[in-house]
Design a binder for this molecule. Structure first.
Ligand code: MEV
Length: 345
């Protein structure tokens, strides 16, 4: 039951539940950081954030089943974090929550204590946009606690700022896709930076394979940047071709031409290998999926471990079995048009 009361910024509630989908990048990760277009889709697995008002101005963060060991943390007003059950991933996840809360506090001059509980239906920090989903969910939930109504685009923009300040470098792709939902063509240089793509035949047959992460998104983005700075005459054209692949893929997705979409995924994978973001395990997963009948397969997200996607309409179970046979987790994923949602009741 929701208890309503009047607050300085309008009518605010004491308990807010928000959910936001994860996402997979179909084409264009890394290149999008340099202004090339990319295609991403929200998927039917969600991050859930519950924010409840506290009587004081402390922020308490609790993560229950982020597919990492449960942890608790207390953020004091001076910005310091007290952790119970510390690990690198836990700290990374908390940084997104902390920054999201700080941004709302700074932008709207609010200071309000909250107990924030996060759960996730997918592995966190695996390249499925969970950091963006956590960031936009906390932005939405904490702002609503303060009586501030932000629309999806505003949540996406603030979520992007959270990612930027935590990672040092980021694109708007993840935060936009998870906030807005659907299959999106992201073009950082266009006047309209994203557009929904309608697939004529319905986009089905996606399988996600997941292995442990060896490096964070920030580290992988930094690694590509160093490589590009070192040999720009080689790496810049590779990045440009990734952009060309995404442009072409848009027309094939609209037409529902899965054979050609798969072929372009394989080209994109080759280019991701070339810019150095694959690992032997990721490449093994990519080839296991193709050998089991996938039309195309590639890394999704930043690489350095994490996830691959395979496009395997009608062969999803064979591909999942092949991935499990090499010791990695696998699940089906379907595009969803549902972006960020406030759960009522
Ligand atoms: C991470 O999901 C995708 C990258 O392109 C980084 C970004 O776009 O922020 C590697």
């Amino acid at each position: 039951m929701l208890i309503l009361y009047a607050a300085f910024h309008g009518v605010s509630r004491t308990l807010i539940r928000v959910s936001t989908p994860g996402k997979v990048t179909l084409f264009g990760e890394h290149a999008v950081v340099y202004g090339e277009p990319a295609i991403a889709t929200a998927i039917d697995r969600r991050v859930r954030v519950e924010a409840e008002r506290r009587g004081d101005d402390l922020i308490r963060i609790e993560a229950k089943d982020l597919t990492l060991a449960g942890f608790k943390a207390l953020l004091s007003p001076n910005g310091s974090i007290t952790l119970e059950g510390e690990s690198k991933k836990v700290l990374a996840a908390i940084s997104y929550v902390k920054r999201a809360v700080e941004l709302i506090q700074e932008k709207y001059s609010v200071k309000r204590g909250a107990h924030i509980v996060i759960t996730s239906e997918m592995p966190v920090g695996a390249g499925l946009g969970t950091s963006a989903a956590v960031a936009v969910s906390v932005v939405k939930a904490y702002s609503l606690l303060a009586g501030i109504e932000l629309n999806k685009d505003e949540c996406a923009e603030l979520g992007y700022n959270v990612e930027l300040s935590v990672q040092g470098i980021a694109s708007r792709m993840d935060s936009t896709t998870v906030a807005v939902g659907g299959i999106l063509y992201i073009d950082p240089k266009a006047e309209k930076t994203y557009e929904g793509i309608a697939c004529r035949r319905g986009f089905e047959g996606l399988v996600v394979g997941y292995t442990n992460r060896e490096a964070s998104t920030g580290e992988m983005v930094e690694r590509v940047k160093r490589f590009r700075d070192d040999v720009p005459e080689i790496v810049t054209p590779l990045i440009n071709v990734i952009g060309e692949v995404a442009r072409k893929a848009r027309t094939y997705i609209e037409a529902g031409d899965f054979q050609r979409i798969g072929a372009l995924m394989n080209i994109n994978q080759g280019l991701l290998e070339a810019i150095g973001v694959s690992t032997s395990k990721l490449s093994q997963m990519v080839y296991a999926a193709r050998c089991a009948g996938a039309l195309g397969s590639k890394i999704t997200g930043a690489g350095g471990g994490g996830c691959i996607i395979a496009l395997a309409p009608g062969k999803e179970y064979e591909v999942m079995a092949a991935l499990r046979a090499i010791g990695v987790s696998a699940f089906r994923a379907s595009p969803t048009s549902d972006g960020i949602k406030v759960e009522e009741g």
